[in-house]
Design a protein around this ligand. Structure first.
Ligand SMILES: [Zn+2]
Length: 193
């Protein structure tokens, strides 16, 4: 179930705007890459991370992929799309990702949306909106922020239900595990007290 929300930036006159993946109705392509981003999110979840996954795609080819690594690296900046953007820049040998589309399962936060401005990305496609941190349309929209020197196209809500379900199931499992731990505390705690 896919709902396209915001589709066009105000950068319609850009030289890159006729690249195939800029087409706002590239629905099937978007869905395929979002599935791949969800696979990255699933790997992150298996490693105990909040399941967020991201891809950077150029000309229909995946340039970089990453999952959230905040816990593993104890890095507040260890968000999937930021890691993928940096890896893509390294792989392509340029910080300027103006022919790239970033796919991410959760609406980017201010840091990641800001990185997309700095990397001059062509477009961002995200899965579910983030009411607590989304900066590509929910709390604010950095993709077309007045005064910033780069605007980019955003397509939100692609495969949103599945992305949301993945997050919900992770947090549900976490709550169950916490409850279980509270009911059966480790034997060493106050047995000897
Ligand atoms: Zn982020």
């Amino acid at each position: 179930m896919q709902q396209m929300v915001s589709v066009s930036g105000d950068s319609g006159g850009d030289a890159v705007s006729d690249a195939p993946l800029a087409a706002p109705d590239g629905g099937a392509v978007d869905l395929t890459f979002m599935h791949a981003a969800r696979a990255e999110a699933a790997l992150a979840a298996a490693a105990g991370e909040v399941p967020v996954g991201a891809l950077v795609v150029r000309g229909g080819e995946v340039v970089a992929r990453a999952g959230n690594r905040r816990e593993r690296d104890q890095d507040p900046c260890g968000h999937a799309e930021l890691i993928a953007i940096r890896a893509a820049a390294q792989a392509l040998g340029t910080w300027r990702l103006d022919e790239c589309v970033v796919y991410v399962t959760l609406e980017p936060c201010p840091m990641c949306a800001g990185a997309m401005v700095l990397a001059r990305v062509q477009r961002c496609v995200f899965g579910c909106a983030d009411p607590k941190g989304g900066f590509l349309g929910t709390l604010a929209d950095l993709s077309r922020f007045p005064g910033l020197n780069h605007h980019f196209v955003v397509t939100g809500g692609v495969d949103a239900d599945a992305c949301q379900a993945q997050l919900r199931s992770f947090f549900r499992d976490l709550r169950v595990a916490k409850r279980r731990a509270a009911q059966h505390p480790p034997p060493s705690s106050d047995e000897q007290g």
